[in-house]
Write a protein that binds this ligand. Structure first.
Ligand SMILES: Nc1ncnc2c1ncn2[C@@H]1O[C@H](COP(=O)(O)OP(=O)(O)OP(=O)(O)O)[C@@H](O)[C@H]1O
Ligand SMILES: [Mg+2]
Length: 397
Protein backbone atom coordinates (compact mmCIF):
# COMPACT_ATOMS: atom_id res chain seq x y z
CA UNK A 1 0.00 0.00 0.00
CA UNK A 2 1.21 3.52 -0.80
CA UNK A 3 1.76 5.56 2.26
CA UNK A 4 0.21 9.06 2.28
CA UNK A 5 2.66 11.07 4.33
CA UNK A 6 0.55 14.20 4.34
CA UNK A 7 -2.55 12.43 5.65
CA UNK A 8 -0.32 10.70 8.15
CA UNK A 9 0.93 14.02 9.46
CA UNK A 10 -2.50 15.64 9.45
CA UNK A 11 -4.11 12.73 11.20
CA UNK A 12 -1.40 12.54 13.80
CA UNK A 13 -2.44 13.26 17.31
CA UNK A 14 -0.85 16.07 19.21
CA UNK A 15 -0.69 16.95 22.88
CA UNK A 16 -1.25 20.59 21.92
CA UNK A 17 -4.61 22.30 21.78
CA UNK A 18 -3.21 25.67 20.61
CA UNK A 19 0.52 26.02 20.51
CA UNK A 20 0.39 29.78 19.99
CA UNK A 21 -0.22 30.33 23.71
CA UNK A 22 3.40 29.29 24.16
CA UNK A 23 4.80 31.60 21.47
CA UNK A 24 7.01 34.56 22.31
CA UNK A 25 4.53 37.15 21.05
CA UNK A 26 1.61 36.06 23.14
CA UNK A 27 0.84 38.34 26.07
CA UNK A 28 -1.52 36.64 28.55
CA UNK A 29 -4.55 38.45 29.98
CA UNK A 30 -3.61 37.39 33.46
CA UNK A 31 -0.10 37.79 34.82
CA UNK A 32 0.23 35.80 38.04
CA UNK A 33 2.60 37.27 40.65
CA UNK A 34 2.72 40.70 39.06
CA UNK A 35 -0.30 42.21 40.83
CA UNK A 36 1.60 44.64 42.96
CA UNK A 37 3.71 45.83 40.03
CA UNK A 38 0.60 46.44 37.92
CA UNK A 39 -1.00 48.24 40.85
CA UNK A 40 2.01 50.57 41.32
CA UNK A 41 1.91 51.48 37.67
CA UNK A 42 -1.81 52.17 37.89
CA UNK A 43 -1.29 54.43 40.91
CA UNK A 44 1.30 56.48 39.09
CA UNK A 45 -0.42 56.70 35.75
CA UNK A 46 -4.04 57.16 36.78
CA UNK A 47 -3.49 60.93 36.74
CA UNK A 48 -3.16 60.78 32.95
CA UNK A 49 -6.78 59.76 32.80
CA UNK A 50 -8.09 61.58 35.83
CA UNK A 51 -6.80 64.92 34.56
CA UNK A 52 -5.61 64.58 30.99
CA UNK A 53 -2.93 66.98 29.83
CA UNK A 54 -2.23 68.15 33.34
CA UNK A 55 1.00 66.25 33.71
CA UNK A 56 2.98 63.47 32.09
CA UNK A 57 4.69 60.43 33.59
CA UNK A 58 8.06 58.82 33.18
CA UNK A 59 8.70 55.40 34.59
CA UNK A 60 11.41 52.80 34.47
CA UNK A 61 10.83 49.05 34.70
CA UNK A 62 13.97 47.12 35.49
CA UNK A 63 14.75 43.50 36.20
CA UNK A 64 16.43 40.31 35.03
CA UNK A 65 15.62 38.34 31.90
CA UNK A 66 12.18 36.80 31.59
CA UNK A 67 10.69 38.44 34.67
CA UNK A 68 7.67 39.76 32.80
CA UNK A 69 8.79 43.35 32.18
CA UNK A 70 7.61 43.47 28.58
CA UNK A 71 4.45 41.50 29.28
CA UNK A 72 3.49 43.75 32.20
CA UNK A 73 4.24 46.97 30.28
CA UNK A 74 2.15 45.82 27.32
CA UNK A 75 -0.75 44.55 29.39
CA UNK A 76 -0.74 47.71 31.49
CA UNK A 77 -0.72 49.98 28.43
CA UNK A 78 -3.63 48.04 27.01
CA UNK A 79 -5.67 48.58 30.17
CA UNK A 80 -4.78 52.27 30.22
CA UNK A 81 -6.07 52.67 26.69
CA UNK A 82 -9.31 50.90 27.55
CA UNK A 83 -9.88 53.03 30.64
CA UNK A 84 -9.17 56.19 28.62
CA UNK A 85 -11.51 55.15 25.84
CA UNK A 86 -14.32 54.56 28.32
CA UNK A 87 -13.92 58.22 29.24
CA UNK A 88 -13.61 59.53 25.69
CA UNK A 89 -9.97 60.43 26.10
CA UNK A 90 -8.01 59.54 23.09
CA UNK A 91 -4.96 57.80 24.43
CA UNK A 92 -2.76 55.67 22.21
CA UNK A 93 -0.17 53.19 23.28
CA UNK A 94 2.93 52.30 21.37
CA UNK A 95 5.52 49.64 22.14
CA UNK A 96 8.91 50.23 20.54
CA UNK A 97 11.72 47.74 20.72
CA UNK A 98 14.87 49.88 20.81
CA UNK A 99 16.99 46.87 19.94
CA UNK A 100 15.34 46.79 16.54
CA UNK A 101 14.78 50.53 16.10
CA UNK A 102 18.27 51.40 17.10
CA UNK A 103 18.58 55.12 16.47
CA UNK A 104 16.63 58.12 17.70
CA UNK A 105 15.62 58.72 14.10
CA UNK A 106 14.09 55.24 13.78
CA UNK A 107 12.30 55.55 17.10
CA UNK A 108 10.77 58.91 16.11
CA UNK A 109 9.85 57.54 12.72
CA UNK A 110 8.07 54.66 14.37
CA UNK A 111 6.13 57.06 16.61
CA UNK A 112 5.17 59.25 13.69
CA UNK A 113 4.07 56.27 11.66
CA UNK A 114 1.67 55.24 14.39
CA UNK A 115 -0.27 58.31 13.30
CA UNK A 116 0.77 58.55 9.66
CA UNK A 117 1.44 55.00 8.49
CA UNK A 118 2.79 55.98 5.09
CA UNK A 119 5.23 58.62 6.25
CA UNK A 120 8.38 58.34 4.08
CA UNK A 121 11.46 56.75 5.57
CA UNK A 122 13.90 59.43 4.50
CA UNK A 123 14.05 63.16 3.98
CA UNK A 124 13.68 64.62 7.46
CA UNK A 125 15.85 65.31 10.45
CA UNK A 126 15.04 63.80 13.86
CA UNK A 127 14.11 67.30 15.10
CA UNK A 128 11.60 67.69 12.30
CA UNK A 129 10.06 64.33 13.11
CA UNK A 130 9.71 65.35 16.75
CA UNK A 131 8.10 68.60 15.74
CA UNK A 132 5.60 66.77 13.57
CA UNK A 133 4.77 64.37 16.38
CA UNK A 134 3.97 67.30 18.68
CA UNK A 135 1.80 68.93 16.04
CA UNK A 136 -0.18 65.80 15.34
CA UNK A 137 -0.81 65.12 19.02
CA UNK A 138 -2.01 68.69 19.50
CA UNK A 139 -4.07 68.86 16.36
CA UNK A 140 -5.82 65.56 16.99
CA UNK A 141 -6.07 66.04 20.73
CA UNK A 142 -4.28 62.74 21.32
CA UNK A 143 -2.26 61.42 24.23
CA UNK A 144 0.48 58.87 23.86
CA UNK A 145 1.81 56.24 26.21
CA UNK A 146 5.14 55.18 24.85
CA UNK A 147 6.92 52.01 25.93
CA UNK A 148 10.60 52.14 25.10
CA UNK A 149 11.62 48.52 25.50
CA UNK A 150 15.22 47.31 25.67
CA UNK A 151 16.11 50.88 26.48
CA UNK A 152 19.26 49.91 28.38
CA UNK A 153 20.77 48.58 25.20
CA UNK A 154 19.84 51.78 23.37
CA UNK A 155 21.28 54.08 26.04
CA UNK A 156 24.55 52.20 26.15
CA UNK A 157 24.86 52.66 22.38
CA UNK A 158 23.43 56.12 21.84
CA UNK A 159 23.22 57.85 25.19
CA UNK A 160 20.13 59.08 26.96
CA UNK A 161 19.31 62.22 24.98
CA UNK A 162 16.28 60.54 23.56
CA UNK A 163 14.57 60.63 26.97
CA UNK A 164 15.46 64.25 27.45
CA UNK A 165 14.26 65.25 23.98
CA UNK A 166 11.02 63.35 24.26
CA UNK A 167 10.34 64.86 27.65
CA UNK A 168 11.08 68.37 26.54
CA UNK A 169 8.70 67.87 23.68
CA UNK A 170 5.76 68.67 25.90
CA UNK A 171 7.03 69.52 29.35
CA UNK A 172 8.59 72.81 28.36
CA UNK A 173 5.54 74.33 26.81
CA UNK A 174 3.83 76.59 29.27
CA UNK A 175 0.09 76.09 29.63
CA UNK A 176 0.00 73.54 26.84
CA UNK A 177 -1.30 70.03 27.55
CA UNK A 178 1.30 67.40 28.25
CA UNK A 179 0.65 64.62 25.86
CA UNK A 180 3.46 62.12 26.06
CA UNK A 181 4.24 59.65 28.84
CA UNK A 182 6.99 57.12 28.80
CA UNK A 183 7.70 53.72 30.31
CA UNK A 184 11.32 52.75 29.78
CA UNK A 185 12.06 49.03 30.08
CA UNK A 186 15.36 47.20 30.43
CA UNK A 187 17.48 44.79 32.46
CA UNK A 188 19.45 47.59 34.00
CA UNK A 189 19.07 51.16 32.81
CA UNK A 190 22.34 53.03 33.41
CA UNK A 191 21.03 55.96 35.43
CA UNK A 192 24.23 57.87 35.82
CA UNK A 193 24.84 61.54 35.95
CA UNK A 194 27.03 61.74 32.89
CA UNK A 195 24.16 60.52 30.73
CA UNK A 196 21.18 62.47 32.01
CA UNK A 197 20.32 66.05 32.73
CA UNK A 198 19.57 66.61 36.39
CA UNK A 199 15.81 66.96 36.19
CA UNK A 200 15.22 63.89 34.01
CA UNK A 201 17.53 61.93 36.26
CA UNK A 202 15.79 62.85 39.48
CA UNK A 203 12.35 62.12 38.01
CA UNK A 204 13.51 58.72 36.84
CA UNK A 205 15.21 57.86 40.10
CA UNK A 206 11.93 58.38 41.92
CA UNK A 207 10.05 56.19 39.46
CA UNK A 208 11.82 52.89 39.21
CA UNK A 209 9.93 49.66 39.45
CA UNK A 210 12.17 46.68 40.01
CA UNK A 211 11.03 43.20 39.01
CA UNK A 212 12.50 40.30 40.93
CA UNK A 213 13.23 36.83 39.62
CA UNK A 214 10.37 34.37 39.86
CA UNK A 215 10.77 31.58 42.37
CA UNK A 216 9.80 28.02 41.62
CA UNK A 217 6.28 28.45 43.01
CA UNK A 218 5.61 31.55 40.89
CA UNK A 219 6.90 29.79 37.79
CA UNK A 220 4.58 26.91 38.58
CA UNK A 221 1.55 29.21 38.64
CA UNK A 222 2.58 30.89 35.40
CA UNK A 223 3.15 27.56 33.68
CA UNK A 224 -0.12 26.10 34.91
CA UNK A 225 -2.06 28.94 33.25
CA UNK A 226 -0.22 28.37 30.00
CA UNK A 227 -0.52 24.62 30.12
CA UNK A 228 -4.31 24.84 30.47
CA UNK A 229 -4.53 27.07 27.40
CA UNK A 230 -1.99 25.36 25.19
CA UNK A 231 -2.33 21.64 25.94
CA UNK A 232 -5.17 19.14 25.77
CA UNK A 233 -6.50 18.21 29.19
CA UNK A 234 -4.51 15.62 31.04
CA UNK A 235 -1.57 15.49 28.65
CA UNK A 236 1.00 17.23 30.86
CA UNK A 237 2.04 15.42 34.03
CA UNK A 238 2.28 17.54 37.12
CA UNK A 239 5.77 16.18 37.73
CA UNK A 240 6.80 17.57 34.35
CA UNK A 241 5.82 21.07 35.43
CA UNK A 242 7.74 20.55 38.66
CA UNK A 243 10.87 19.52 36.83
CA UNK A 244 10.65 22.57 34.57
CA UNK A 245 10.16 24.91 37.51
CA UNK A 246 13.17 23.45 39.26
CA UNK A 247 15.32 23.90 36.17
CA UNK A 248 14.12 27.43 35.42
CA UNK A 249 13.99 28.78 38.97
CA UNK A 250 17.76 29.05 39.07
CA UNK A 251 17.39 31.97 36.68
CA UNK A 252 13.85 32.90 37.66
CA UNK A 253 13.16 33.26 33.97
CA UNK A 254 9.56 32.64 32.81
CA UNK A 255 10.51 32.72 29.14
CA UNK A 256 12.90 29.84 29.62
CA UNK A 257 10.29 27.89 31.59
CA UNK A 258 7.72 28.37 28.84
CA UNK A 259 10.19 27.35 26.18
CA UNK A 260 11.01 24.16 28.09
CA UNK A 261 7.32 23.34 28.35
CA UNK A 262 6.83 23.89 24.63
CA UNK A 263 9.83 21.76 23.75
CA UNK A 264 8.73 18.99 26.08
CA UNK A 265 5.36 18.97 24.30
CA UNK A 266 7.09 18.81 20.93
CA UNK A 267 9.07 15.85 22.14
CA UNK A 268 5.88 14.03 23.12
CA UNK A 269 4.47 14.66 19.63
CA UNK A 270 7.63 13.44 18.00
CA UNK A 271 7.50 10.26 20.01
CA UNK A 272 3.84 9.84 19.13
CA UNK A 273 2.73 9.64 22.75
CA UNK A 274 -0.05 11.56 24.46
CA UNK A 275 1.64 12.27 27.78
CA UNK A 276 4.33 14.87 28.40
CA UNK A 277 6.55 13.05 30.87
CA UNK A 278 9.29 14.67 33.02
CA UNK A 279 11.99 13.12 30.90
CA UNK A 280 10.90 15.21 27.92
CA UNK A 281 11.51 18.33 30.01
CA UNK A 282 14.97 17.14 30.98
CA UNK A 283 15.69 16.44 27.36
CA UNK A 284 14.41 19.89 26.40
CA UNK A 285 16.93 21.36 28.80
CA UNK A 286 19.80 19.81 26.90
CA UNK A 287 18.43 21.00 23.53
CA UNK A 288 18.32 24.67 24.35
CA UNK A 289 19.93 27.35 26.39
CA UNK A 290 18.31 30.31 28.14
CA UNK A 291 20.82 32.70 26.54
CA UNK A 292 19.62 31.74 23.07
CA UNK A 293 16.69 34.11 22.87
CA UNK A 294 14.95 33.77 19.55
CA UNK A 295 13.62 37.32 19.40
CA UNK A 296 17.12 38.75 19.83
CA UNK A 297 18.72 36.58 17.20
CA UNK A 298 15.88 36.84 14.69
CA UNK A 299 16.24 40.63 14.73
CA UNK A 300 19.90 40.46 13.69
CA UNK A 301 20.80 41.15 10.06
CA UNK A 302 21.82 38.13 8.02
CA UNK A 303 25.47 39.18 7.96
CA UNK A 304 25.62 39.21 11.76
CA UNK A 305 24.06 35.77 11.85
CA UNK A 306 26.70 34.49 9.46
CA UNK A 307 29.41 36.08 11.56
CA UNK A 308 28.04 34.38 14.65
CA UNK A 309 27.85 31.08 12.85
CA UNK A 310 31.48 31.52 11.90
CA UNK A 311 32.43 32.25 15.50
CA UNK A 312 30.47 29.23 16.75
CA UNK A 313 32.17 26.91 14.27
CA UNK A 314 35.59 28.27 15.02
CA UNK A 315 35.04 27.91 18.76
CA UNK A 316 33.90 24.36 18.24
CA UNK A 317 36.98 23.64 16.21
CA UNK A 318 39.62 25.09 18.52
CA UNK A 319 37.82 23.89 21.68
CA UNK A 320 38.92 26.87 23.70
CA UNK A 321 36.87 29.50 25.48
CA UNK A 322 37.98 32.34 23.21
CA UNK A 323 39.05 32.78 19.60
CA UNK A 324 40.83 35.67 17.97
CA UNK A 325 39.30 38.23 15.67
CA UNK A 326 41.50 36.95 12.83
CA UNK A 327 40.26 33.39 13.27
CA UNK A 328 36.65 34.53 13.19
CA UNK A 329 37.20 36.54 10.04
CA UNK A 330 38.77 33.64 8.26
CA UNK A 331 35.90 31.32 9.10
CA UNK A 332 33.45 34.12 8.25
CA UNK A 333 34.72 34.22 4.68
CA UNK A 334 34.09 30.50 4.32
CA UNK A 335 30.60 30.79 5.76
CA UNK A 336 29.77 33.69 3.43
CA UNK A 337 30.79 31.59 0.49
CA UNK A 338 28.57 28.77 1.68
CA UNK A 339 25.58 31.12 1.88
CA UNK A 340 26.37 33.01 -1.33
CA UNK A 341 27.02 36.30 0.47
CA UNK A 342 29.77 38.80 -0.21
CA UNK A 343 32.04 38.99 2.85
CA UNK A 344 32.52 42.52 4.23
CA UNK A 345 35.74 44.27 5.09
CA UNK A 346 37.48 44.16 8.45
CA UNK A 347 36.21 47.52 9.77
CA UNK A 348 32.60 46.50 9.14
CA UNK A 349 33.08 43.08 10.73
CA UNK A 350 34.71 44.77 13.69
CA UNK A 351 31.69 47.04 14.10
CA UNK A 352 29.32 44.09 14.06
CA UNK A 353 31.34 42.37 16.74
CA UNK A 354 31.08 45.50 18.89
CA UNK A 355 27.36 45.58 18.25
CA UNK A 356 26.94 41.90 19.17
CA UNK A 357 28.94 42.59 22.29
CA UNK A 358 26.58 45.44 23.21
CA UNK A 359 23.64 43.07 22.68
CA UNK A 360 25.27 40.71 25.14
CA UNK A 361 25.41 38.02 22.46
CA UNK A 362 29.20 37.68 22.54
CA UNK A 363 31.90 38.60 25.02
CA UNK A 364 34.96 40.40 23.81
CA UNK A 365 38.18 41.14 25.59
CA UNK A 366 41.69 42.26 24.75
CA UNK A 367 44.21 39.45 24.74
CA UNK A 368 47.20 39.63 27.01
CA UNK A 369 50.60 40.06 25.42
CA UNK A 370 51.03 36.32 25.08
CA UNK A 371 51.90 34.31 22.02
CA UNK A 372 48.96 35.57 20.06
CA UNK A 373 50.00 39.20 20.42
CA UNK A 374 47.55 41.98 21.16
CA UNK A 375 44.23 41.20 19.61
CA UNK A 376 40.54 41.03 20.40
CA UNK A 377 39.31 37.73 21.74
CA UNK A 378 35.75 36.61 21.19
CA UNK A 379 33.70 34.11 23.17
CA UNK A 380 30.14 33.25 24.18
CA UNK A 381 29.24 33.67 27.82
CA UNK A 382 28.13 30.16 28.63
CA UNK A 383 26.37 28.83 25.57
CA UNK A 384 28.05 25.71 24.19
CA UNK A 385 29.34 26.44 20.67
CA UNK A 386 27.63 23.43 19.20
CA UNK A 387 24.24 24.42 20.57
CA UNK A 388 24.68 27.91 19.14
CA UNK A 389 25.65 26.48 15.78
CA UNK A 390 22.48 24.37 15.58
CA UNK A 391 20.36 27.25 16.74
CA UNK A 392 21.79 29.53 14.03
CA UNK A 393 21.47 26.92 11.33
CA UNK A 394 17.77 26.63 12.21
CA UNK A 395 17.37 30.40 12.02
CA UNK A 396 19.22 30.69 8.73
CA UNK A 397 16.95 28.06 7.22
N1 LIG B 1 3.60 36.88 35.52
C1 LIG B 1 3.52 36.27 34.33
N2 LIG B 1 2.43 35.57 33.99
C2 LIG B 1 2.33 34.95 32.80
N3 LIG B 1 3.29 34.96 31.88
C3 LIG B 1 4.42 35.63 32.16
C4 LIG B 1 4.60 36.32 33.38
N4 LIG B 1 5.82 36.89 33.39
C5 LIG B 1 6.38 36.57 32.21
N5 LIG B 1 5.55 35.82 31.47
C6 LIG B 1 5.83 35.28 30.14
O1 LIG B 1 7.21 34.93 30.10
C7 LIG B 1 7.82 35.35 28.90
C8 LIG B 1 8.91 36.35 29.18
O2 LIG B 1 8.35 37.53 29.74
P1 LIG B 1 8.78 38.98 29.23
O3 LIG B 1 9.04 38.94 27.78
O4 LIG B 1 7.78 39.94 29.72
O5 LIG B 1 10.15 39.12 30.04
P2 LIG B 1 11.13 40.36 30.13
O6 LIG B 1 11.27 40.68 31.56
O7 LIG B 1 10.65 41.44 29.22
O8 LIG B 1 12.50 39.72 29.62
P3 LIG B 1 13.70 40.41 28.80
O9 LIG B 1 14.53 41.15 29.78
O10 LIG B 1 14.45 39.26 28.24
O11 LIG B 1 13.09 41.29 27.75
C9 LIG B 1 6.70 35.91 28.04
O12 LIG B 1 6.21 34.90 27.21
C10 LIG B 1 5.65 36.32 29.05
O13 LIG B 1 4.37 36.29 28.50
MG1 LIG C 1 11.39 42.23 27.47
Amino acid sequence: MVRDYIEDELGRRSVFKSEHFLSIDYVPEILPHRDSELRSLAQSFKVLIASPGHTSQKFIIEGPVGTGKTAVAKRFAEQMVQAANRRNISLQKLHINCRVNKSTYLVYLKILRAFKPKFPRRGHSPEELLQMITEILDREDQYLLLILDELDYFIRQKGADILYDLTRLTDDRLNAPQRLSIIGVGRQIPLDESLFDQSTLSTLQRNILRFEKYDSKALYDILTERKDKAFLDGTVMNETLQVICDIASERGDARYAIELLWRAGKQADRNGVNTVIPDFARQAKSDTHPELRKEVFTALPIQSKLLLLAAARQLKEVRSAYITMGEVEEMYRTVCEEYGQEPRAHTQVWEWIQDLNAHGVVDTKRSGTGQRGQTTLIGFSDVPAELLEHFLLDLLD
